[in-house]
Ligand binder design. Structure first.
Ligand code: NAD
Length: 451
C-alpha cells in the first residue's frame, strides 16, 4: 500500500482517471512500469512497434508515423461569473495530414493532457486510413471540469479556445468534432466563433453541429450505430444470435448511451451500464429507456432507485460474466492488472484506447475477441465525413442514406479486417492496423518527404 504522499505525487504525474486507485496500489512498488502501460501516447507508439514488426515495416516509415505533425498548447483566460479570472490549458494536436485535413474530436475533461491528446490524434489517423476516408488524424481538448462551469462560462471558454487555435483549424486544415463532455451546442459556438473571425458562415469548420446550422442527421447516434453494425457483422461470422447475448456497457454518454439504446430496442439483454459515478447491474436485464431518461434529467446512475438493480463499481463491472463487454468511457480501462479477470467472449471497443497492449496479449491468450476502437467506434468519424461532404455541397442527405452508406463502409471494412486476420493469423486489432498503416505508408512513399 502506498503512503498518501506518494499517491498524491503519482496523481500529479498520472491523472486520476487514467489509473484507478487499485492500480496505484498494485503498481506502487514498480512506479517505472506504470509509464508504458498508462501513458496513452506511449501506448500508441507501442502499438505501432507491434504492428511494424508484424508488417516488416520500413524503419523510416515507422519513425515518421510515430511523431505528431503539430502540437499546439494554448492558455485560455476566462472571466468567471463572479468576476474572478481562471486560466485553463487547451490543446490541439495534428498527428497526420498526409491523406487529407486533420479530423478528430475535442474533449473537455479535468485530466486532459498533451500525451492523451497526442495518442487520440494518432488513433484518429489510423481510423480514417482504415476506413479509407480522405482525412488525417487530429484531436483537441481543454483541461477543465465543464460540470463546474455555468453555461455562460462554458460558452466563453469554447469561444476563447477556438480563437486561440483558429490558425490551425479550418475546413481544409483540421476539422474538430464532439468528444467527451462536448456536444452539438459547443460545436455551434466553435462554428460561430470561427465564422465571425472569417466574416462569413463556414459550417465546414466543425462536424457534429446542430442540424439547423449545417449538421447532419444521424451524427449524434453515428458512433453507436457503427458499433452495432460492426457487432452484427461479427455475430454473423461467429454464428451467434445477438438477442441471446448478455451485454455490459461501461460509459453512458453519447457512445455508451446510444449503443445501449440501439441494442435494447433490438431486444438485447443489457445486464449492466455505468457512468462516472459507477454502475447498475441486474442479471435479468436493465430497462435502458428508463435509465436514459434518468440520465437526461442530469442524474447519476448511482442514484437511480430500483430494488431489482444492484450498484456495481466501474472496476467490478468489467469483470462481470457476460458475452459482450463494451467499454465506452475512457482509455486505459482494461490493463494487465484486470485483463485476466475478464469473463466475456467479446470486447467491443466503444471508447478510444480502452485496452492496453499488455492487456491485449492477455485477452488473446484467453481467447477473448477484441474488436478494436479504430474499427468498432469509427461510425462517428464516418458520419462526420458525410457531414463535411454535405456542407461542401450544401446538399443534405436523408437518414436512410446516412445509415445505408455508414453500414456499407463499416461492414466492408470489417470484412477486409476479418479476412486479413484469418489469413495472417493475427488479432482484429493487428489486422486493422496493418490495413491502416499500409495505406499511410503508400501515401508517404508517393508524396515523399519534403523538401
Ligand atoms: P460522453 O462525455 O458523452 O460520455 C462519457 C461517459 O463516460 C459518461 O457516461 C461519463 O460519466 C463516463 N465516464 C467518464 N469518465 C469515466 C471514468 N473514468 N470511468 C467510467 N466512466 C466514465 O463521451 P462520449 O462521446 O460518449 O465518448 C466516450 C468515449 O468514446 C471516449 O473514449 C471517446 O473518445 C470515444 N469516442 C467518441 C465518439 C463520439 O462520436 N462522441 C466517437 C468515437 C469514439
Amino acid at each position: 500500500m502506498l503512503e498518501n504522499k506518494k499517491k498524491e505525487q503519482m496523481k500529479f504525474i498520472y491523472p486520476e482517471t487514467l489509473i484507478s486507485p487499485d492500480e496505484i496500489e498494485i503498481y506502487g512498488k514498480e512506479e517505472k512500469e506504470l509509464i508504458p502501460e498508462t501513458n496513452p501516447f506511449e501506448m500508441a507508439k507501442k502499438q505501432i512497434d507491434i504492428v511494424a514488426k508484424e508488417m516488416c515495416l520500413n524503419d523510416n516509415i515507422k519513425k515518421f508515423l510515430k511523431r505528431v505533425e503539430r502540437s499546439l498548447i494554448v492558455s485560455i483566460p476566462i472571466k468567471m461569473d463572479d468576476g474572478d479570472l481562471e486560466i485553463f490549458e487547451g490543446y490541439r494536436v495534428q498527428h497526420s495530414t498526409l491523406r487529407g485535413p486533420g479530423k478528430g474530436g475535442i474533449r473537455f475533461a479535468p485530466n486532459v493532457n498533451l500525451d492523451e491528446v497526442k495518442a487520440l490524434a494518432t488513433w484518429m489517423t489510423w481510423k480514417c486510413s482504415l476506413l479509407c476516408l480522405p482525412l488525417g488524424g487530429a484531436k483537441g481538448g481543454i483541461c477543465v471540469d465543464p460540470k463546474k462551469l455555468s453555461k455562460n462560462e462554458l460558452e466563453r471558454l469554447t469561444r476563447r479556445y477556438t480563437t486561440e487555435i483558429i490558425n490551425v483549424i479550418g475546413p481544409d486544415i483540421d476539422i474538430p468534432a464532439p468528444d467527451v463532455n462536448t456536444d452539438p451546442q459547443i460545436m455551434a459556438w466553435i462554428m460561430d466563433t470561427y465564422s465571425m473571425h472569417k466574416g462569413r458562415a463556414i459550417p465546414g469548420v466543425v462536424t457534429g453541429k446542430p442540424i439547423e446550422i449545417g449538421g447532419s442527421v444521424g451524427r449524434e447516434t453515428a458512433t453507436g450505430m457503427g458499433l452495432f453494425f460492426v457487432l452484427e457483422a461479427l455475430c454473423t461470422k461467429m454464428n451467434i444470435d445477438l438477442k441471446t447475448q448478455s451485454i455490459v456497457v461501461q460509459g453512458f454518454g453519447n457512445v455508451g448511451g446510444n449503443i445501449a439504446q440501439i441494442l435494447y430496442d433490438k431486444g438485447c439483454k443489457i445486464i449492466a451500464v455505468s457512468d462516472i459515478s459507477g454502475g447498475l447491474y441486474s442479471n435479468r436485464g436493465l430497462n435502458i429507456k428508463e435509465l436514459l431518461e434518468w440520465r437526461d434529467g442530469k442524474n447519476y446512475l448511482k442514484d437511480f432507485q430500483n430494488k431489482d438493480y444492484n450498484y456495481i463499481s466501474n472496476e467490478d463491472m468489467l469483470m462481470l460474466r457476460c458475452d459482450i463487454l463494451i467499454p465506452a468511457a475512457m482509455e486505459n480501462q482494461i490493463t494487465k492488472v484486470n485483463a485476466n479477470n475478464l469473463k466475456c467472449k467479446v470486447v467491443l471497443e466503444g471508447a478510444n484506447g480502452p485496452t492496453t497492449p499488455e492487456a491485449d496479449d492477455i485477452l488473446k491468450k484467453k481467447g477473448i475477441i477484441v474488436v478494436p476502437d479504430i474499427l468498432a467506434n469509427a461510425g462517428g468519424v464516418c458520419v462526420s465525413y458525410f457531414e463535411y461532404i454535405q456542407d461542401i455541397h450544401s446538399y443534405f442527405w436523408k437518414l436512410e442514406r446516412i445509415n445505408h452508406e455508414l453500414k456499407n463502409i463499416l461492414v466492408n471494412t470489417f470484412e477486409n479486417v476479418y479476412i486479413l486476420s484469418k489469413e495472417k493469423n493475427v488479432t482484429l486489432r493487428i489486422a486493422s492496423y496493418m490495413i491502416a498503416i499500409a495505406r499511410l505508408a503508400k501515401a508517404i512513399e508517393l508524396r515523399g518527404i519534403f523538401p
